[in-house]
Design a protein around this ligand. Structure first.
Ligand code: BTN
Length: 239
């Protein structure tokens, strides 16, 4: 198929229930954030999309990305990897990207109709199977651990844990989620640059707000919230 997110969207539009999962061995046109492509060799990694119909307001939908990245990072920590979330949707281990999350939403009349959570987790690939320009920046569980992983077991565990974290979200236990996010974030306390289109801001990351936006304390103390963008750490801990 082209992209599990596209197939999930078609199903969602036809009324597929919350919790429907689309899995693929390969995507012809895997997508990442900001129109980037997501490439993954055949039969090696986890490529999945989950249909959700959350009772969230439009401005709270970023919490779905928070929830998903917390789940993936926690799962990897349980499996023994020192995983970090790089806001908003990347999971890193040993300085390399091991997973990415693409959250897409459909709304109507100010109401959330559905949210598609697309997760790409590099499991058994070798970086030599990736396009050359990203070979040095990506990793997989097999590359990190030195052995192959059973993807079925991992998918099952991932879905079970997503279900649990989603329950926290549906019960409006936002503080729990956001504290988990801060615990797992590679950014809190760092002096960073946030790039949105061609504009750049610098500041210290404080965490996320109740809507999942990244909070940056700028020089002079002014606090700015970002719902999207690219982040680069400019120095080590600054608070
Ligand atoms: C990113 O890092 O920018 C997000 C990558 C998300 C990739 C996954 S793979 C399964 C799902 N289908 C897609 O086309 N994209 C997501």
């Amino acid at each position: 198929m082209d992209s599990t997110n596209d197939v999930a969207r078609e199903y969602a539009e036809k009324g597929a229930p919350e919790g429907t999962v689309i899995l693929a061995q390969y995507q012809r046109q895997g997508r990442g954030r900001m129109m980037r492509s997501w490439s993954s060799p055949k039969g090696k990694n986890i490529l999945l999309s989950l249909i959700l119909r959350p009772s969230l307001r439009l401005e709270e939908v970023s919490l779905i990305t928070v929830m998903s990245s917390v789940t993936v990072a926690s799962l990897l920590r349980e499996e023994g990897f020192h995983a970090f979330i790089k806001w908003p949707n990347d999971i890193y281990v040993e300085g390399k990207k091991v997973a990415g999350i693409l959250t897409e939403m459909k709304s109507e009349k100010n109401e959330v109709k559905h949210v598609i959570v697309g997760i790409g987790l590099n499991v058994n690939m070798d970086s030599s199977e990736c396009p050359e320009d990203i070979q040095k920046t990506v990793t997989s569980l097999a590359m990190l651990s030195g052995h192959l992983w059973d993807r079925t077991v991992l998918v099952r565990e991932l879905l079970l844990q997503l279900e649990k974290t989603y329950e926290h979200l549906q019960n409006q236990e936002y503080d729990f989620l956001l504290s988990q996010w801060s615990r797992l974030s590679s950014l809190v306390g760092h002096w960073v640059e946030v790039k949105v289109s061609d504009k750049k801001w610098e500041g210290t990351v404080l965490g996320t707000d109740a809507k999942g936006a990244l909070l940056l304390r700028r020089e002079g103390g002014f606090i700015e919230a970002f719902l999207s963008g690219d982040v680069k750490i400019l120095d080590r801990m600054s608070v």
